[in-house]
Write a protein that binds this ligand. Sequence first.
Ligand SMILES: Nc1ncnc2c1ncn2[C@@H]1O[C@H](COP(=O)(O)OP(=O)(O)OP(=O)(O)O)[C@@H](O)[C@H]1O
Length: 252
Amino acid sequence: MSIIELRDITKTYGAFTALNGVNLTVDEGTVTCVLGDNGAGKSTLIKTLAGLHPPTSGKILVDNKPTVFGSPRDALNAGIATVYQTLAVVDQMSVWRNFFLGNELTTSLGLLRDEEMKTITSNQLHDMGIDLPNVDVEVGQLSGGQRQVVSIARAVHFGARVIVLDEPTAALGVKQSGMVLRFIAAARERGVGVVLITHNPHHAYLVGDHFTILNLGRQVLDADRDEVSLAALTQQMAGGSELEALSHELWE
Ligand SMILES: Nc1ncnc2c1ncn2[C@@H]1O[C@H](COP(=O)(O)OP(=O)(O)OP(=O)(O)O)[C@@H](O)[C@H]1O
């Protein structure tokens, strides 16, 4: 079932059109990849999904009902969690404190239930395939991939139905990217709808069920996995026909 659907979304900034008639459906337990080069409109799409700004025209449906996100809180209440590249984690705090940041478990006297929170954090990460030897370590000591994973696990644990990931592998090496992609697959297995924003078709193709390419605000590809090969995805991302024309020019 689709959790969220964007229909014919357009966003203009003054005379400039950043999104032009974009359609996107996020289903339970699927990974929808949004690809695009710089300036394609990816951040604008994230802001629309996160309730940071309303579209100029078009509809947002949550559970098939037309919805207006007046603020990021509305998007969160609808179960949409956005994990930004600049992660909302506090480097000087432990993994478990970060995990429960803003959602701390306390006793009736207001004391933190430390041990319980540590166990839950550890189990949650373990269940999704990440074993941290110690959830007491500061987040600042984790690798970039582990930090991403903690942020995603936190969103899943606190009930996100859709997680929007903004270039989660952009700053990571091969091994770390692999860890994050494995974690994305684990979130999908739990029925979470994932929107993976990336400019890397190889990463997208490793986990994606559906692919959309944005180019200057327009959707130039919108295809299920069985309708597009990695080669076709890569070629479209690279500008496809433009590249062919360029090589023709070069060798003529
Ligand atoms: N607040 C704004 N006012 C005017 N133009 C904007 C604004 N925000 C974005 N744009 C323009 O909209 C276009 C799409 O920007 P957007 O940030 O969504 O692209 P992107 O795909 O995320 O690119 P990048 O990967 O470089 O961040 C760009 O040309 C950008 O300059």
